[in-house]
Ligand binder design. Structure first.
Ligand code: DC
Length: 248
């Protein structure tokens, strides 16, 4: 698992000369697929010296394990039985997370379309979500993280110091995903990418367990007509304001 320096005091005996340790913040970034969360999270992590954790990569890794184990994405009981023998590690890098499934590097594989589709399907199951949330809370227990996903500000870290809900019009998100995808077979068109994205959106927003929705205290940021520089500048401003409010 990601190593995060502990900032827990070792003793509660007053030590006047000991340096005071600052609480480290949690920055939660939620929003639909293709809104630009990963790029923004990586940027904010660099800017504020935090670890960048992509929670979606964990759902993708579990979906990959299901594919490799011949387990259907709808089979909640069989998926839950996998937990005992599954280790998912996120290693923050400058541009994103290296993902290890049971010790094997699956960073590239989990970006493929069948795994993305599987991740959206396995993430509807309450038991899967419960397992993921517990792991994600452990990763961020000492703060000092930017975590991005769908339920970070609502479920994983409801007390996060900073919450941003990043959105954009579906057409814009679909186009970004299509351009991001690199060389694609001729059957994959911008329209088919947009259609798959709308399906994932609908599933993420309508599932009973932790549907994708902004936390009541999240700042909404619609990046539809914004450049990446504008999004990062506004987000940095939000982070500074919220950290100041939290006394950090
Ligand atoms: O962010 P992503 O595209 O890598 O996420 C893949 C899927 O995982 C997405 O369709 C929904 C699910 N997910 C989730 O339900 N909760 C999260 N915190 C992160 C991802």
């Amino acid at each position: 698992m990601t190593e995060i320096e502990s900032n827990t005091p070792q003793s509660n005996i007053a030590q006047p000369d000991a340096p005071t340790q600052r609480r480290l913040p949690v920055v939660a970034i939620d929003g639909p697929a293709g809104a630009g969360k990963s790029t923004l999270a990586a940027h904010l992590a660099r800017r504020f010296g935090l670890l960048n954790l992509e929670s979606g990569a964990m759902y993708r890794a579990l979906a990959l394990k299901a594919i490799e184990s011949d387990i259907g994405f709808e089979d909640e009981a069989a998926l839950s039985a996998l937990f005992a023998t599954t280790t998912i590690e996120l290693q923050p890098q400058s541009e994103g997370n290296r993902v290890l499934l049971d010790g094997h590097d699956v960073t590239r594989r989990v970006r493929e379309r069948d795994v993305a589709e599987g991740a959206s399907q396995v993430s509807v199951h309450p038991q899967v979500r419960q397992w993921m949330v517990a792991q994600q809370r452990t990763l961020g227990a000492n703060g000092g993280v930017v975590m991005e996903g769908r339920d970070i500000g609502t479920k994983v870290f409801p007390n996060a110091e900073v919450k941003i809900f990043l959105d954009a019009a579906p057409e814009v998100r679909g186009q970004r995903r299509f351009l991001q995808g690199g060389p694609v077979p001729p059957t994959v068109t911008e329209e088919s990418v947009l259609m798959a994205l709308r399906e994932r959106d609908a599933r993420d927003r309508s599932r009973a367990a932790s549907p994708l929705e902004p936390a009541p205290d999240a700042i909404l940021l619609d990046s539809t007509g914004m450049t990446f520089e504008q999004v990062t500048a506004r987000s940095e401003e939000i982070v500074r304001q919220r950290l100041a409010l939290a006394g950090l």
